[in-house]
Design a protein around this ligand. Structure first.
Ligand code: KE4
Length: 429
């Protein structure tokens, strides 16, 4: 057996930072990442054999918990029939039909292999469909690492973004406008000034990359109106929220508050792959008809709609569509957040949380942040101490204060109670 430390040292010799995705390196919270050996249900075991209750769930996909029998059976059978063909399969049609049946705003979908690929393609399609170049995103929202989306706010509204990553030339983000999440006046001003040049607005409807920040109903209602008025597409990035906060995604939550609400395009990932590389983007038939091979907007992928990944995704969707699934998951997640708040209150610590479906977040603050600046001003040191205190007590939370966390159907009431006890002990320590 190799320790996590030894594995991390070895990994860093052959993989940049020792990880294949930066957030896994624990750089935001410090310490040594846990190298996971296996997982089952709500639990992870690291290379040293230490068990954790898993609240990351692979950053959202593992909504059923790890190793659900029906999912494993579907994946095993699909693998026997063939890992990849590079040709169409019936199961891709079934998955597309399942997504369309659950998301009324989507008439057609294109399957891809990652959320980044789906988000990047959605932007290209919006630009191709509208013939416009400008896009709007919001500070604190993450839509994958496509060049045009690695951008931070410019000095003023009218000026365009600056790259947040080396290797992205300023010209590539010159058409990307970054606004403040939940800032009504800013979207009014941006559309008044250049609405007819905006191809799309892409937004995380509940921002899981700011931990857990909801777009206010007035803000979302006005954003919908402005996109309609100026002919810009409203793109919902539901990679994290899709089939996670509700069976119909965050758009179904907003449709309850805003009658008739629909985005123009939706981006999905995570849950629809059930833990395997699969994502998607969808819209009306009219918009999607612009995509190759039908239309002029090119998009492709060797492993798009992979037969094993589609089997995993379909088996996952089948389970979460069962009656009562989301009611039970939502109640369990709410009880966890209430438990954490109660533990903090007993310890005299300011902690506030929120949840929707199986996604939750919490902040060491007294009120829920409404935008990125407020999130990043919350008590980082306190969060990091809490993270490690919980990790030491066998509870694996997201290793960064700006990340959301997730509950699965496999988490038991005992797991929730144990987590709250660990929080009480950690906050008292
Ligand atoms: P991927 O390319 O990582 O599959 O998806 C990108 C993406 C797009 N949109 C949203 C709303 C997302 O949350 C993500 C990816 N989420 C991060 C966690 N915040 C994945 C974890 C990681 O980067 O390792």
């Amino acid at each position: 057996m190799q320790t996590n430390e030894a594995l991390f040292a070895r990994a860093q010799r052959v993989i940049p930072g020792g990880v294949n995705s930066p957030v896994r390196a624990f750089r935001a919270v410090g310490g040594t990442p846990r190298f996971i050996a296996r997982a089952e249900g709500a639990y992870l075991w690291d290379a040293e054999g230490t068990q954790y209750i898993d609240y990351i769930g692979s950053w959202g996909p593992m909504i059923l918990g790890h190793g659900h029998p029906a999912v494993l059976e579907a994946v095993h059978k699909a693998a026997i029939d063939g890992l990849s063909f590079g040709a169409p399969t019936e199961r891709e049609i079934e998955l597309a039909e399942a997504i369309i049946a659950l998301v009324p705003s989507v008439e057609q979908v294109r399957l891809v292999s990652s959320g980044t690929e789906a988000g990047m393609s959605a932007i290209r399609l919006a630009r191709g469909y509208t013939g416009r170049a400008k896009i709007v995103k919001f500070e604190g929202c993450y839509h994958g690492h496509a060049d045009a989306l690695l951008v931070k706010a410019g000095s003023g509204l009218a000026t365009f973004g600056h790259p947040t990553s080396a290797g992205v030339p300023p010209e590539v983000v010159q058409h990307t406008l970054v606004l403040e999440y939940n800032h009504l006046a800013q979207i009014e001003e941006a559309f008044a000034a250049q609405g007819r040049e905006i191809a799309c607005v892409i937004i995380e409807p509940i921002a899981g990359n700011m931990n857990f920040v909801r777009a206010s109903v007035p803000f979302m209602k006005r954003l919908r109106e402005l996109c309609t008025e100026y002919g810009a597409l409203l793109v919902f990035d539901e990679v994290m929220t899709g089939f996670r906060v509700a069976l119909g995604g965050a758009q179904s939550v907003y449709a309850r508050a805003i009658p008739g609400f629909k985005p123009d395009m939706s981006v999905f990932g995570k849950v629809i792959g059930g833990g395997m590389p699969l994502a998607a983007f969808g819209s009306t038939r009219e918009v999607m008809s612009q995509l190759a091979p039908l239309g002029p907007v090119y998009q492709a992928g060797t492993l798009s709609g992979n037969p094993v990944a589609t089997a995993c995704g379909l088996a996952t969707l089948k389970e979460i569509a069962k009656p009562g699934f989301f009611e039970a998951l939502s109640a369990k997640t709410r009880s966890l957040v209430q438990g954490l708040q109660g533990a903090a209150q007993e310890a005299g610590v300011a902690l506030v949380g929120d949840s929707e479906g199986g996604m939750f977040g919490f902040f060491f603050a007294s009120t829920l942040p409404q935008n990125y600046g407020v999130v990043m001003a919350t008590d980082k040191e306190r969060f990091n101490r809490f993270f490690h205190g919980m990790l030491d007590r066998g509870v694996y939370l997201a290793p960064a204060l700006y990340e959301a966390a997730f509950v699965s159907a496999a988490h038991s009431a005992d797991d929730i109670a144990m987590t709250v006890r660990a929080a009480r002990d950690t906050l008292r320590a």
